[in-house]
Every structure is written in structure tokens, then in C-alpha cells.
Ligand binder design. Structure first.
Ligand SMILES: *Cc1c(COP(=O)(O)O)cnc(C)c1O
Length: 476
């Protein structure tokens, strides 16, 4: 299988070539030339598989230049009960992503029982194993430089810790993260993980990463890479749990299921779109947004109007506080008939005017695509957390609550909707307390988290100081 760019300006490449890269050199995103197809017969034959076997079957379709036995080894070492049993104590860990039914037509796919208690572990843990394998073959090294305001940074660190050939330099805004998130990252005591607290906000951290990455000479000589949500290996690994959710929800291969997906950078719901394009019988993909409702506006009107950081609200589902969804371009590429010139045109318009509007026929394609959206407010979130707790004694985090709230708007008493659980409530205790008047339980592995010793390097909001620190650690 070959990968091409959504902007059409780079030669076709293989899976192992693109997974260590971020953006394609033409500014586009890598996508498979064609989506692999899974027949209903094959789908049915996957019913008895373990999660690791299912992941092997799905990821192999995308990783054509790796031996199937290599993919199997990576998946078997990644998707283990030991790694994914750290969240809800009463979960069915053997399934890795157990589906629990709140109502006969509303299920929650548990994706947050991994090491950092958020769904990002599902793909990031696999990425760690994959990178170590690829680097090991070429005796290469990779220095991952990132900025985080919470979930991504910790998922990356827990996936990369102790991996040969890999170091992680993670910038975070000092004093701006939740107590739990801070403790989760800063308590890691690993030789290849460097937490750098920058005196500034998340945008300042992000700016430093962007500037360093734009210096191609520096980037190349220091083997700097990223693990952000546009990484294809992450997206492909996320496709797996849509198959898992569907297989758990159905008995017959023709039954359609809808998914509600708390969304920010559009990576999670894009994986659902790809699963659907591969032939998985998905009815609707419901994009759940919070007050940062750029995608909600798009799916109502065909108009995509991004906002800058200043006009992005700080909400109680913070991991969805995004007003420019980095993976959205991959979906639009499909909508415009995979016409790279049209994508260039639209994204040029976006650069200049901060918005674009689809043509009537493109908009028609969106409406027929089965993707719809919903918006939740802080009040909706609190009400949903309360309602689900009172009705079902099930505790959901604020992001998952946005997903359930979205699912509610499309529930017809007939077809099944699965809401993806994107984090555990303990990560956002403050909002749970506001909704219910008590703190969520802390999983056993993290009981002593807040009292663990924390290690963090402090630096000014100054690119030269960060570069100097990197060079020192790289022995330059
Ligand atoms: C990252 C994240 C999201 C958003 O996922 P995208 O793939 O960026 O759309 C939602 N909820 C939580 C808890 C997250 O960490």
C-alpha cells in the first residue's frame, strides 16, 4: 500500500516511511492511496479474535511493508491485559476495550483503562513499540519534541519511557495543568523522558515547538520528530477499536451501529470514518463538540470557520478546546473526491480568510457521508454526568459526557449508538465534584500519585534556552 499527500505534492511512500514524519513536505497529510476493504465475510470471521489479533488484522492492512508476523509481535506486546487494566476496577480487562451498555441502545466503549487513563494510550502505546522497532532496524534515534496541556504529553511519555533510541522532551505550561495531570507527568523517573516546564501558557510552548521544527537544519541534525495527532500510525491504530466496538455490539454482519465521538483534533472520529470507508457497517458518526463548536457549525452549514487561540474558550472538557482540527483535512480530501488541487484551494482560502465554504455538491456529499455533529455546554455536561450517575451508577468524565449528550440527540430507540469513552473521571475531579458533590474514585495504581516525588526542569519562555537544554542532553 502506498501513501499520498492530501495536497498532491510528494511522491507516494510506504507506511514505515511516513510514520516517523509529521506533515508531508507539501504541507498536506498522508493518506492511503486507497482504503483497504474488509468484506462482511472477513468481518464475521474476526468475531472470535482477541483485541491483539484484531489489531494485527486491521493494522496489517495499512502496514503493508511490515511482515504480518512483525505487526503481530508489536500488537501482542502492546495490547495486554497488564497494560489496559489500570482504570475501572470492575472492567472486563480481557477485552482491552470492553463495551458496556447503559441502555439497550446506548453503549460506552471503554478506552481509558490504559496507563494514563485516557483513550490516547490505545494508539500511543502501539506507536512506542512501532518506533522502537523501526529505529532498532536502522540503528536510528528519535528525539520527540512536543508541547502539551495535558493528555497527549503524558500518553506519549508513558508510551516511550524506557524505549531504546527514543528520548522525549515535553514542554508544558508551568502551573496551568490539573494537579493530577501534572503529577502524572512529573512523577515519571525515566532517563529518556524530560519534562520542561515553561514560564508561559500552552500557546507559548506550542510556538517554541513550531519554531524549532521549522528550522529544518536543526531538526534534521538533532533527529527531532513529533507524535501529534496527525501521525498516521496513531490514526490507523484507532481504527481497530471501531471494529472491536461493532463486533461486540452486533450478532449479524449487516447490523449498522452509530458512534458518538468527543472531538478536538478530529483524529478519533476520523478513524471511525476510515473504518466506515473500509466497509464496517457504521450508520452515523456523531462528532461531539463543546463550546468550541467550529465543527458543529461546519456540519450544519458547510462552512468551516476556524478561530485563533484567543477566541478559543477554556471549558470544562479541556482536551476538546480546539478551533482548528488538524485531521479534518483528511476527511475533506475524501469529500472533494480526493482532488488534491481542490484541497490546496480550500486550505489556501483558510490561510487567507480563516474560513471556507463548500460548494453545493460538496455539501451534499457531506450530508450523505453519515457524519453529523452536536454541541454541548458546561451546563449540558454537568447535567449529563448527573443523569448517567443517577440512572446507571456509571461515572463519566466531562469529555465522555459531551459524547453521551451528542448520542442522546440521535437516539431513536432502535439502532444502537456507541459512545467512545475518552478519559476517566478521576482526571477531571474538579468538574465531577461540581456536578455530583463528591470526588471520583482514584484507581489503585494512582492512589499515591499526588504524594510521589516530582521532577521537572524549569525554563523561561525562550527558544534558545530550550535548544541549549536539548543540546546538552544530546551531548552536543
Ligand atoms: C484528545 C482528547 C479528545 C479529542 O480527540 P481528537 O482525536 O483530538 O478529536 C477528547 N477527549 C479527551 C479526553 C482527549 O484526551
Amino acid at each position: 500500500m502506498q501513501y499520498i499527500s492530501t495536497r498532491g505534492g510528494v511522491p507516494a511512500s510506504t507506511y514505515t516511511e511516513i510514520v516517523l514524519q509529521g506533515l508531508a513536505r507539501d504541507g498536506g497529510l498522508f493518506v492511503p492511496k486507497e482504503y483497504p476493504q474488509v468484506s462482511l465475510e472477513t468481518l464475521n470471521s474476526w468475531r472470535g479474535l482477541s483485541y491483539a489479533q484484531l489489531a494485527t488484522a486491521v493494522i496489517s492492512l495499512f502496514a503493508k511493508d511490515l511482515n504480518r508476523s512483525t505487526v503481530a509481535r508489536l500488537c501482542e506486546s502492546t495490547y495486554t491485559e497488564e497494560t489496559y487494566c489500570q482504570g475501572r476496577p470492575d472492567s472486563d480487562f480481557k477485552k482491552i476495550t470492553p463495551l458496556v451498555w447503559l441502555e439497550k441502545d446506548l453503549g460506552i466503549l471503554e478506552l481509558s483503562n490504559g496507563p494514563t487513563l485516557a483513550f490516547k494510550d490505545m494508539a500511543m502505546q502501539y506507536l512506542g513499540a512501532l518506533f522502537e522497532y523501526i529505529l532498532g532496524k536502522s540503528e536510528g534515534e528519535l528525539n520527540i519534541l512536543g508541547a502539551t496541556s495535558g493528555d497527549t504529553g503524558s500518553a506519549a511519555e508513558y508510551a516511550m519511557k524506557g524505549r531504546k533510541g527514543i528520548r522525549v522532551f515535553m514542554l508544558s505550561p508551568a502551573e496551568r495543568m490539573s494537579q493530577f495531570q501534572r503529577a502524572q507527568m512529573y512523577s515519571l523517573n525515566e532517563e529518556n523522558i524530560f519534562n520542561i516546564a515553561v514560564k508561559g501558557n500552552f500557546d507559548d510552548c506550542q510556538d517554541i515547538v513550531k519554531k524549532i521544527s521549522a528550522d529544518l537544519e536543526y531538526k534534521k541534525s538533532r533527529h527531532i520528530g513529533a507524535v501529534n495527532s496527525i501521525n498516521w500510525a496513531r490514526v490507523a491504530a484507532q481504527v481497530v477499536y471501531y471494529f472491536s466496538g461493532w463486533l461486540q455490539a452486533t450478532n449479524s454482519e449487516t447490523e449498522k451501529v452509530s458512534f458518538a465521538v468527543p472531538s478536538g483534533n478530529f483524529g478519533d472520529v476520523l478513524a471511525g470514518w476510515i473504518a466506515k470507508k473500509m466497509g464496517l457497517p457504521i450508520d452515523k458518526l456523531i462528532v461531539a463538540t463543546n463550546e468550541n463548536d467550529v465543527l458543529y457549525e461546519f456540519f450544519r452549514t458547510g462552512r468551516y470557520r476556524i478561530r485563533d487561540a484567543e477566541h478559543t474558550f477554556v471549558t470544562s472538557s479541556p482536551s476538546m478546546d480546539i478551533s482548528k482540527a488538524s485531521n479534518f483535512e483528511r476527511y475533506v480530501f475524501d469529500i472533494v473526491g480526493r482532488d488534491a488541487n481542490r484541497v490546496c484551494e480550500l486550505w489556501h482560502e483558510l490561510d487567507v480568510n480563516k474560513e471556507f465554504m463548500l460548494t453545493a455538491s460538496e455539501w451534499q456529499t457531506v450530508r450523505e457521508s453519515g457524519m453529523v455533529a452536536s454541541r454541548s455546554t458546561h451546563e449540558d455536561r454537568l447535567n449529563c454526568i448527573r443523569e448517567v450517575w443517577e440512572k446507571h451508577q456509571f461515572l463519566v468524565d466531562p469529555h465522555t459526557a459531551d459524547g453521551i449528550n451528542a448520542a442522546r440527540q440521535f437516539q431513536d430507540g432502535n439502532s444502537k449508538i456507541i459512545c467512545l469513552e475518552t478519559a476517566l473521571p478521576t482526571k477531571f475531579a474538579h468538574t465531577i465534584h461540581e456536578a455530583l458533590g463528591f470526588n471520583p474514585p482514584i484507581p489503585e495504581v494512582y492512589e499515591d500519585l499526588l504524594s510521589r516525588e516530582q521532577r521537572v526542569i524549569e525554563r523561561e519562555n525562550d527558544i534558545e534556552q530550550i535548544k541549549a537544554f536539548l543540546d546538552e542532553k544530546l551531548g552536543l
